[in-house]
Design a protein around this ligand. Structure first.
Ligand code: LMR
Length: 404
């Protein structure tokens, strides 16, 4: 038994972390996984998270009982307001469904599973994913029998958005198709539509009756402002476009290992919302029974205590600003000091945790094999892996491989 199980390749992102850890070079740099590092290349426990942890430690009323199947309601209610807006009419009208999930991945999975069971499919089960997208999106949808199809998104010629290609696919796709949209800070490209472009995208999606499957893993990382980064989702809700949103607190609260996330679905009325929630509860029960408590309690404290919430916004700014400073410095080193061939403006124009450098597969391989710099083969670098101690080295290595 099992002799015919084929060997699977390692995960394209987490294999980089393993290889980086195994590398003994003093020059090594990890620009692979999207995980924030401070200027000393250390994971950063947000000061507000430290405070919230202390509050939980001192709270003698807490125990280790199960959470409800759909999660801690103080957390899911706060999380819904964070993404949909504290004054969201959809929340006030009671037509939103919020379920606590195993971070953003769990939200994507539960959302995909729910669609696979209950979407009114009028043809083959397909989801449109941006080309490129987070590699895990493909696997998540395939796992529930939904076939991913690419939509045009990134234009390598401009290192920007292929807006007309995207709109064309929205228009040509069968009515009521499902489109996965990155709410902000697109992973891996760092290229987001402008508000004007989002308006046009929304208009076509509405006219075609498409379903919007938003993934929001980086709220706060694009602009440093939580509300601004939720703008596209809120605009779509305002337009009455049917949608769901997958939300992660891994990055913006630095709670990678705690697996704190939520799935929010906006429906047409309260009655529909109750029925949707009952089915999500059934699906959740068969998969994880109940979501984990600790991380949700931490985030719940931060979301519901005005003082902690303000402090969190400051922590998010600290991370977003450091990343922006690294963008400016990398561009400056490449263009003004090293005079590296090519235009490197995209490094400052792209937003969020990542930059899509435009380096090709060979150049990426060379950077890793001889430069000890770990990045995904599509040229994505996690800007959070750069710091004042390694940025010159990284720029020089990029310059070297570009000249080869
Ligand atoms: C990434 O894209 O690096 C992050 O979202 C981490 C992950 O789970 O892949």
């Amino acid at each position: 038994i099992w002799q015919s199980v084929p060997l699977a390749p390692p995960d394209s992102i987490f294999k980089l972390t393993a290889a980086y850890k195994a590398d003994t070079s003093k020059d090594k740099v990890n620009l692979g996984v999207g995980a924030y590092r401070d200027d000393n290349d250390k994971p950063w426990i947000l000061p507000v998270v430290k405070k919230a942890t202390q509050i939980l430690l001192n709270d003698e009323t807490l125990d280790h009982e199960y959470l409800p199947i759909t999660g801690l309601s103080d957390f899911t209610n706060g999380a819904a307001k964070l993404i949909l807006g504290s004054e969201s009419p959809a929340i006030k009208e009671g037509r939103t469904v919020s379920v606590q999930t195993i971070s953003g991945t769990g939200a994507n999975h539960l959302g995909a599973l729910f669609l696979s069971r209950f979407y009114n499919w009028n043809g083959p089960r397909k989801v449109y994913l941006s080309n490129p997208t987070w590699a895990n999106h493909h696997a998540i949808f395939r796992n529930v029998g939904i076939e991913p199809v690419d939509y045009a998104y990134y234009d390598p010629k401009t290192i920007g958005l292929d807006f007309s290609g995207f709109i064309q696919i929205l228009k040509n796709a069968p009515d009521r198709s499902i489109f996965l949209l990155h709410a902000c800070a697109h992973n891996p490209t760092g290229v987001d539509p402008t508000p004007e472009q989002w308006r046009t995208i929304a208009e076509v999606i509405k006219a075609k009756g498409h379903y919007s499957f938003f993934d929001c893993a980086y709220q706060g990382f694009a602009s440093g402002d939580l509300d601004r980064d939720a703008w596209a989702v809120r605009y779509f809700v305002e337009q009455g476009i049917p949608l769901l949103v997958c939300q992660s607190f891994a990055k913006n609260a630095g709670l990678y290992g705690e697996r704190v996330g939520a799935l929010h679905l906006v429906s047409v009325d309260q009655d529909t919302a109750s029925r949707v929630k009952s089915q999500m509860s059934v699906l959740q029960r068969s998969e994880i029974s109940n979501p984990p408590a600790h991380g949700a309690r931490l985030v719940s404290l931060i979301l519901n205590d005005p003082e902690l919430f303000e402090e969190w916004k400051g922590d998010i700014k600290t991370m977003a600003e450091r990343i922006k400073a690294m963008r400016r410095e990398l561009r400056r080193l490449l263009t003004e000091e090293l005079h590296t061939p090519g235009n490197w403006d995209h490094i400052v124009n792209q937003i969020g945790m990542f930059s899509f450098t435009g380096l090709n597969g060979e150049q990426c391989k060379e950077l890793t094999e001889t430069g000890h710099i770990y990045l995904t083969g599509n040229g994505r670098i996690s800007m959070a892996g750069l710091n004042t101690g390694n940025i010159r080295y990284v720029a020089e290595q990029i310059d070297r491989v570009v000249h080869q």
